[in-house]
Design a binder for this molecule. Structure first.
Ligand code: F1P
Length: 346
């Protein structure tokens, strides 16, 4: 790993410890959170902005998969300005996620939701003294996700872990909830074991475009890793559902392309076939998943955890690649170009 010490690097490397602290809070809040079971509502909606919208996409897919209740995600700006395209009849459970707890669109969406009496609000953020942490029917604060950098890393994975815990509780899968405690050690092992691979790919000047492929709960994570590559390294990057890549975007594959596959176990066959197509077109691939992959570079978690609870493990190496590419381009990953830590609107 590049030796330059940045906030972003510290925050990425400290994620396992942040997850330990977040899981202690989730264990303490376990009973209160179970009260908001989705079977008491017509639907569960997740919302956020930028990274936390992508988190909402993954959380909604996982919640619906585990509970069987309808789960959807919208950018907070859509709930605020186009609510008629988002809400259906019946009471809604809204889960609003924000690292800062003060993003204007998220606050406006929650204020309107409550004013219109649409249902119950769970807020999930990292700062207890900021507005969002005081708005919810239930407010869940995970301070270990707090960070200095603009581009979310530790905050994102800690808050995402919070939504995974919610899905486990709401589906009455105490076994899955209890298994979350094994994630920090798996995260430590991945960060140590694949730091050099991330540095190699991040420093590779022969790459000029990146595609992150993920399906189901992993699509939101693919969107997040694509955003990290943009924010930190100013690189062209796009996310796609795995098999969607064949329907046009693969026309962009060149020898300077890296496709990063957030491969599942359930659909390893069809997903690996898409990555093989990229190789056949001269592109490069990195497969991330529980098992090792045949062909190309690979990150194997070998966590022994259920597929429903291990998605957070896809994040660290993708974050490190973006960090390393930023540093190799002489950029400052802590202060991405054109961005602010929080978007505050007048
Ligand atoms: C949302 C957000 C981030 C983005 C940047 C600007 O912040 O859009 O996702 O990376 O930092 O703010 P928050 O509502 O999660 O604090």
């Amino acid at each position: 790993m590049t030796t330059i010490d940045t906030y972003t690097q510290q925050e990425i490397l400290s994620q396992p410890e942040a997850w330990v602290a977040a899981l202690e809070i989730l264990q303490d809040q376990r009973v209160g959170l179970q009260f908001f079971n989705p079977d008491r509502y017509a639907q569960v909606l997740f919302t956020g902005c930028g990274s936390t919208y992508y988190l909402a996409l993954s959380a909604a897919a996982l919640t619906q998969a585990l509970t069987g209740q309808p789960g959807r995600a919208f950018p907070a700006s859509e709930l605020w300005l186009s609510s008629q395209t988002c809400y259906t009849a019946g009471r809604t459970l809204l889960v609003a996620v924000s690292r800062s707890g003060e993003t204007t669109e998220t606050l406006r969406a929650c204020q309107a939701f409550l004013a219109e009496g649409r249902g119950d609000l769970i807020t999930l953020c990292c700062y207890p003294d900021l507005p969002l942490a005081k708005m919810g029917t239930f407010n869940l604060v995970l301070p270990s996700g707090q960070e200095q950098s603009v581009a979310q890393t530790r905050a994102f994975s800690s808050l995402f872990l919070g939504t995974v815990a919610l899905a486990c509780l709401w589906s009455h899968r105490d076994d899955l909830f209890d298994s979350l405690s094994r994630l920090p050690e798996a995260g430590r092992r991945i960060l140590e074991g694949y730091a050099s691979l991330a540095a190699e790919l991040g420093a590779d000047e022969g790459l000029d475009r990146f595609y992150f492929l993920g399906s189901g709960p992993r699509f939101g994570l693919a969107c997040e890793l694509s955003l990290k590559m943009k924010e930190m390294s100013l690189s062209h990057s796009e996310p796609f559902h795995f098999l969607e890549f064949r329907h046009g975007p693969k026309s962009m594959v060149t020898s300077r392309t890296l496709a990063v596959g957030l491969r599942s176990s359930a659909n390893a066959g069809p997903e690996s076939a898409v990555l093989k197509d990229v190789t056949a077109l001269g592109g490069r691939i990195l497969t991330m998943g529980e098992e090792s992959a045949d062909g190309g570079r690979a990150v194997a978690f070998r966590s022994g955890l259920d597929e429903a609870v291990r998605d957070v493990l896809y994040l660290p190496v993708g974050q490190l690649i973006a960090l390393e590419r930023s540093l190799s381009k002489g950029l400052n990953p802590d202060r991405p170009t054109n961005l602010d830590t929080v978007v505050l609107l007048s």
